[in-house]
Structure formats: structure tokens, C-alpha cells
Design a protein around this ligand. Structure first.
Ligand SMILES: [Zn+2]
Length: 66
């Protein structure tokens, strides 16, 4: 049984926001990013932004809604 007390942090260097999205990037490993970075990076072709379970922010444009 796992309890996540520590929320994931945005993996972009210099950014310490809470990660709310997982980016699925075809040419490299997935990245956990904050909503702001998901919005920016999610515009690149091929990248799919997936909201994490703990996401409270709104979906960025183009994010997959489930
Ligand atoms: Zn960020």
C-alpha cells in the first residue's frame, strides 16, 4: 500500500511548481510538469499532455480529456 504524501514536482529545470500533467513524448522519456509547462510543451507535435490524478488546474489547450 502506498500513500503519496509528497506531490510530484515539475521536472523542468528551474521550475519548482507542482506537477499536474504527464507529458507523453515519443522521442524521450515521459516528463512530469506543471500546468504552465504542459501548456507550452504540449503544443509540440507528437506530445500528449495527460492530467495526473492530483491535477487541480485546468486542462491546457490540446490536453487529452478523459
Ligand atoms: Zn514547470
Amino acid at each position: 500500500m502506498t500513500t503519496d504524501s509528497e506531490p510530484p514536482r515539475c521536472e523542468i529545470e528551474g521550475c519548482n511548481d507542482r506537477a499536474s500533467f504527464e507529458l507523453h513524448i515519443p522521442w524521450k522519456e515521459n516528463e512530469l510538469v506543471c500546468a504552465g509547462h504542459a501548456r507550452v510543451k504540449g503544443r509540440q507535435e507528437g506530445i500528449v499532455a495527460d492530467a495526473l490524478a492530483n491535477a487541480t488546474d485546468e486542462f491546457p489547450n490540446g490536453a487529452a480529456k478523459r
